[in-house]
Design a protein around this ligand. Structure first.
Ligand SMILES: [Zn+2]
Ligand SMILES: [Zn+2]
Length: 311
């Protein structure tokens, strides 16, 4: 699993570190690297390709062979070869918003402040947006959004954490919400059910503290008693016990025991304890949570701190 996980920038950085020239390129079935340099540097480089790979990558095997030297002057990220055994490469799973992106999301000075589609090479949609491999921008549903100059500069800069982040976007050039966030929050507050398009599908959202809203969702879903999962940015207020699993990149739904006095109505899980809980998995969800919890009259969007997620 080497596409869409920042693998080519990683290889590029590694090659520069070992003073190698050549190129790295996505192909349908994996990644091809040609590297040129001294024998010791090449050996260390080959070992590091698997040993130091990015967290989201998975290297199943590294095969090496000797080729004629090309005398390249630098190490480059080459354009993808369109051909290849198209579906044998693994397309990475979607990953929940990373801490760096969350920090920018709530930073009023950042150009992606409150941008609900913030993402980087280490987080965001992949499987959800890919149409074909290799996983490159033109092969994703993001192809229709032309990068602005600022995004293009980040995408092209090997030192930037969005170097070749295929889903890169910003408020100037990226997707927009169909319904203003404030409006969606107001609807949730009023007891409505809101369909939120997220990673891999839709969430039907309503106020978990409202008996009336949850009852309406049960009626519409024809789901009499089966527990609903609760999404929260502050799980410590709702549940007992260890929360480590909640923070996993996959944002799993975890079975948890309810904390006494938690603001979740009985109808969410009428006869069941433990119940399912999950942390937000897209930037949109923490924005909603921040807006929803904002007491009227106070400034919008209380920053979601790293500690909030770790506890
Ligand atoms: Zn990120
Ligand atoms: Zn942009």
């Amino acid at each position: 699993m080497v596409q869409g996980v920042g693998f080519r920038p990683f290889v590029h950085g590694l090659a520069v570190r070992h003073r190698l020239t050549g190129f790295v390129r996505n192909e349908g079935w994996g990644v091809v690297v040609e590297a040129e340099g001294g024998p010791e540097a090449l050996e260390a480089f080959a070992a590091a390709v698997a040993g130091e790979a990015p967290a989201l990558a998975r290297v199943e095997s590294v095969r090496t062979s000797r080729v004629a030297a090309r005398g390249d002057a630098a190490f480059a990220i080459a354009a993808s070869e369109g051909e290849g055994d198209a579906f044998s490469a693994l397309v990475p799973a979607d990953a929940a918003t990373c801490d760096d992106c969350l920090r920018e999301l709530f930073d009023p000075a950042d150009r992606r402040h409150r941008h609900p589609f913030i993402t980087c090479t280490q987080c965001g949609p992949r499987f959800t947006i890919v149409r074909d491999v290799p996983y490159d921008r033109p092969q994703t549903t993001m192809a229709q959004f032309t990068m602005c100059a600022a995004c293009r500069a980040e995408y092209d800069d090997p030192a930037d954490r969005r170097f070749h982040a295929e889903a890169i976007a910003c408020p100037q050039c990226g997707p927009r919400l169909d319904l203003a966030l404030e409006e969606a929050v107001a609807l949730l507050r009023a007891g409505a059910i809101v369909a939120v398009k997220g990673l891999g599908g839709w969430h039907l959202a309503c106020d978990a503290a409202s008996d009336e809203a949850v009852a309406r969702l049960r009626t519409r879903k024809h789901r009499d008693a089966k527990p609903f999962a609760v999404m929260t940015a502050r799980p410590q207020a709702l549940v007992e016990g260890p929360l480590e699993l909640l923070g996993a990149l996959e944002r799993p739904i975890v079975l948890l025991d309810r904390r006494a006095g938690a603001p979740v109505c009985v109808a969410v899980a009428p006869d069941a304890s433990p119940r399912g809980g999950m942390l937000p998995d897209t930037p949109l969800h923490p924005l909603q949570a921040a807006d929803r919890d904002r007491p009227p009259g106070l400034p919008r969007a209380r920053p979601l701190r790293r500690a909030d997620r770790d506890r």
